[in-house]
Design a protein around this ligand. Structure first.
Ligand code: AMP
Ligand code: FE
Ligand code: FE
Ligand code: ZN
Length: 272
């Protein structure tokens, strides 16, 4: 039996690890199937697909998309699509440009609020990849304005906080259509984190999403069972992953989630 982690991030979005490091650490944990699911960015996949193969790891094309459902920011994971699909590439590129403008707007907002944050440092941390709030948070920590990334979200940049700026989002149906037309499958990321999540996730599945991420550090045991049943009842499947971001969050989670390959057959079939 092989084990998978289908949710990881690198420094091409808001993680701190290099793509190679993700492969190397996954290998230490004896994971043999992996997806790097950076926000709006496929760079890591192209960078390490050959290296992963050399290391005996099946690397599945992946990406995490921020979508909107009833005004809530719902993350949709996409897998096993054609990574060279032009429509997908164009859409992701445009989302990355939006992220950059929005990141700069948040820096501007923080400056107006009197915080001495360096916009150049935020750019540097994002390193030309998909800029996100964690980059702003890290610059705030470095400048001594807050003591942790979590505090930055709590006080300043979390949804509804003073320096929060909205981000352009996919409609779920649009994201699903795009991924399906590129030959891939979709899964609702970390289902337990959304407000009124059971109802919301059911609605997201009914909008065409193929699976639910039941194995995730933020999904408690009871919810796992509930979401597994919800998925099965609808003829959908389940996925899982550690959502590792390296050193951004309190703990590094790579290796903490091991998904048996038998659960993710539909994704492996697409890869064959
Ligand atoms: P963005 O996509 O720019 O809106 O940023 C959202 C990302 O920030 C998520 O994907 C998480 O990686 C991270 N994030 C969200 N909330 C928190 C939090 N409270 N503490 C640390 N990271 C967070
Ligand atoms: Fe993230
Ligand atoms: Fe997410
Ligand atoms: Zn994620």
């Amino acid at each position: 039996m092989r084990y998978a982690d289908l949710h990881t991030h690198t420094y091409h979005s808001d993680g701190t690890r290099s793509p190679r490091e993700v492969i190397d650490v996954a290998k230490v944990h004896r994971l043999e199937i992996l997806a790097i699911s950076d926000h709006d960015n496929l760079t890591a996949y192209f960078e390490v697909k050959d290296y992963a193969k050399e290391q005996g790891i099946t690397l599945i094309p992946g990406v995490e998309l921020s979508c909107g459902m009833d005004g809530v920011d719902v993350h949709i994971l996409a897998y096993a699509f054609d990574a060279t699909d032009e429509r997908l590439d164009t859409r992701l590129r445009s989302f990355r440009e939006t992220r950059l403008r929005r990141g700069h707007a948040m820096v501007q907002r923080l400056k107006e609020l009197g915080y001495k944050i360096s916009g150049a440092r935020v750019d540097e941390l994002a390193a030309g990849g998909a800029m996100g709030r964690p980059h702003v948070a890290r610059a705030l920590v470095e400048a001594g304005i807050v003591s942790s990334v979590a505090e930055a979200f709590d006080k300043l940049i979390g949804a509804g906080k003073p320096a929060y700026v909205e981000k352009e989002r996919f409609q779920i149906s649009e994201a699903v259509e795009l991924i399906h037309s590129a030959g891939g499958l979709t899964s609702v990321a970390h289902p337990s984190v959304y407000p009124d999540h059971a109802q919301l996730v059911a609605k997201v599945l009914d909008a065409g999403v193929d699976a639910v991420e039941v194995m995730h550090p933020d999904v408690p045991t009871d919810d796992r069972e509930m979401y597994t049943n919800m998925a099965r009842f609808r003829g959908k499947f389940v996925t899982g992953g550690s959502d590792d971001h390296g050193k951004v969050k309190k703990t590094e989670t790579l290796g903490s989630v091991r998904v048996p390959e038998t659960l993710i057959g539909p994704i492996l079939e697409r890869m064959a």
